[in-house]
Ligand binder design. Structure first.
Ligand code: DGY
Length: 322
């Protein structure tokens, strides 16, 4: 019997591509250039399985572009770029890669917290530009983490892993806002305080870190009103999705001093970074590196592949989301 045709829309780590090619009739995107909407739509008619990445957009028009695909195995945990209802209506299953990028993303949230608090981006730019004039008691003083409150918006897997690092590694106090309270075990371990009201959490936190999914439900959740509710001199950290933050309002809060700093890894229209942030010294800007470790990217590929293999063998899909 012919092997199922599987499309990887971008290059994956070599060893996972090899593993995929052993099992399936795999088409690689040798150029690693993002596919157009027309190419993705056509792929729905040419392949049994499409493995997109987070920046690929799969709205209903793309999903309805052809009738062959039976599975969309997303390489990534976030899935707001895929129209799940359209996939479901067409009988196309959708899976993602939960769990395997938790630690890498939490590590990056801490990277941003530290970089913003310790003004690491400013310092690096100063050194590289030859502007550093030497050590001084008032030179680039930032903020300590110990005893400060980290407010997490969303306490799922990545939120918890971020809180664990902050609590046990840096002696921060943990507060969180979410749809529901965490388990008593997690609350006890983190000594975490639950805020049922977002703005109350924002007002109580020195650092706010976002760990909620993107999409219509959370679009611009952190808007001008939310930023004004934050503690004056606070910090905003975003490793979740760019659409959650109103970036014009954020730039204004950074310019006015309402916020001391911000650390961002995600943006609403990547790879475009909101113009108004580029000239601000008190924001750290990273290029969506949350899951970017070799180990994690291999694990993400293997996890996506495990779903394709389960589908090919007629077994239940381990990470089915539609
Ligand atoms: C995801 O998988 O959703 C991440 O954003 C990729 O780093």
């Amino acid at each position: 019997m012919a092997k199922p045709r599987v499309l990887l829309t971008r290059r994956w780590p070599e060893e996972v591509e090899r593993h995929a090619a052993e099992r399936f009739d795999v088409t690689l995107n040798e150029s690693d250039q993002p596919l157009s909407q027309a190419e993705l739509a056509a792929a729905m008619g040419e392949f049994d399985v499409i493995c997109p990445v987070v920046p690929d957009k799969l709205p209903a028009e793309v999903i309805n572009g052809g009738n062959r695909a039976k599975l969309i195995a997303n390489y990534g945990v976030g899935f707001e770029h895929i129209d799940l209802a359209a996939a479901q209506a067409k009988g196309v299953a959708v899976t993602n890669t939960p769990g395997v990028l938790t630690d890498a993303t939490a590590d990056l949230a801490l990277t941003l917290i530290l970089m913003a608090a310790r003004r690491a981006g400013e310092g690096e730019r100063e050194v590289r530009a030859g502007r550093w004039t030497g050590w001084g008691p008032t030179h680039l003083n930032g903020a300590s983490l110990k005893g400060k409150t980290l407010g997490l918006v969303g306490l799922g897997r990545i939120g918890i892993a971020t809180a664990q690092r902050a609590r046990h590694g840096f002696g921060m106090r943990i507060a969180y806002y979410g749809r529901r309270e965490c388990t008593p075990e997690v609350a006890r371990e983190l000594e975490a305080e639950f805020y049922p009201d977002l703005h109350e959490l924002l007002a109580a936190s020195d650092f706010v870190s976002l760990h909620i999914p993107g999409g219509a439900e959370t679009a611009n959740l952190i808007d001008a009103v939310a930023l004004a509710a934050m503690k004056p001199g606070g910090y905003l950290i975003n490793t979740a999705r760019g659409g959650v933050v109103d970036h014009a309002a954020l730039a204004e809060a950074l310019r006015s001093g309402q916020l001391a700093g911000a650390g961002l890894d995600v943006y609403p229209a990547e790879p475009k970074v909101p113009e108004e942030l580029l000239g601000l010294d008190n924001v750290v800007l990273l290029p969506h590196l949350g899951s970017a470790t070799r180990e994690t990217r291999i694990a993400m590929g293997e996890r996506a592949l495990a779903n394709v293999i389960a589908w090919a063998e007629g077994r239940p899909l381990p990470d089915r989301i539609a």
